[in-house]
Ligand binder design. Sequence first.
Ligand SMILES: Nc1ncnc2c1ncn2[C@@H]1O[C@H](COP(=O)(O)OP(=O)(O)OP(=O)(O)O)[C@@H](O)[C@H]1O
Ligand SMILES: CC(C)(CO)[C@@H](O)C(=O)NCCC(=O)O
Length: 399
Amino acid sequence: MEHNREVEIDGNSNPIQISRLALDIGGSLIKLVYFSRNSGDDEDPPKDKVGVSSGVNGRLHFAMFETAKINDCLQFISANKLLLGGGFQHQENCTNGMSFIKATGGGAYKFSELFKEKLGIILEKEDEMDCLVTGANFLLKAVNQEAFTYLNGSKEFVQINHNDLYPYLLVNIGSGVSMIKVDGDGKFERVSGTSVGGGTFWGLGKLLTKCQSFDELLELSHRGDNKAIDTLVGDIYGGMDYSKIGLSSTTIASSFGKATSHCKELEDYKPEDISWSLLRMISNNIGQISYLNALRFGLKRIFFGGFFIRSHSYTMDTIAVAVHFWSKGEAKAMFLRHEGFLGALGAFMSYERHSLDDLVVNQMMPLPVNASLGTDTNYDPLNGDINGTESIQCSVYRA
Ligand SMILES: Nc1ncnc2c1ncn2[C@@H]1O[C@H](COP(=O)(O)OP(=O)(O)OP(=O)(O)O)[C@@H](O)[C@H]1O
Ligand SMILES: CC(C)(CO)[C@@H](O)C(=O)NCCC(=O)O
């Protein structure tokens, strides 16, 4: 896979300078975040409060690869010269000719030798939970229209009050699920988790439907009908609601309950129905466990991140309905536009905490909605373009 740096990154043929690359190498996906300064920025650096030039404008780029195809990722980094780090600062502390790159996720440990061998870089490991929280706090505070609710098919952006953000529950749905109570910047506790997560949906879905890609499995669910596989309350109650305990006839009484039928084999079920039932089962379960943890700590807001969500309407709807149902409307499920990049952003932000150059990203200037990741025009989660790069405008300042 060959990526044209100039065309893909800023759409023109000027040489651009890449600074700071950070990675989140997860069980399923590798996420990359990197900064490129705007071409010609030398003439027009942003000014600080007293009018002194102190930083550079540029774009923050996001890309992802399947962890199983890590060689594609290495090639992408190398072909796009993401390690050069020229421009306004030095991201690498060079030791014996080796550069350091911030990395988080289990793969930062698992693949550290591979990165050293193939690219000559040392992965400087940052704690995964720390990075998730840093990334989420950063997005919620710095990016306009980052968080939104999703109910009955409609998306509503939430205005975040910086003084009233904490505490909240962060639920990161990756291969597995982590639930983190966040009380402030760097103040958090991982309060729960479940192994029934994105890897479960994709793994079971692949076995049961023979789908070849996650996107295909997700796309299938659009055409599915869970009545064919799930046992509904009405199936047990002769078509009636069980209203005394608040269950309507259409509520799922038992996920995959109908698959116990002796007269049917796997081939007798439609892949789209299987995908829909599986998606509902897993999303419902995560929504319910999240609510229970929010209840445990008296948290009213739950932010969901992780690439399992993929801005998928049924997934978000199911999670939101589960949280609404179980909390009787008390707790609110919210989603994030940069859902899958929390950890990578947190690793990216961690350069400030440690680097000698002491840089801080203290201003985020989102482009019009259609220029950022996670929007309908530029980012289509179902188009199968897993390596598509996306970017947002921002400024990086020297502290
Ligand atoms: N193109 C894709 N290929 C594989 N899985 C995908 C894809 N797109 C979305 N997913 C979903 O996203 C999940 C991975 O999400 P994410 O990248 O947030 O987690 P991870 O960092 O890989 O996992 P973990 O944090 O548990 O190590 C997968 O398990 C799958 O459900
Ligand atoms: C192991 C991690 C943290 C790796 O990202 C994630 O996959 C996870 O939170 N799994 C759930 C593990 C559990 O708490 O049961």
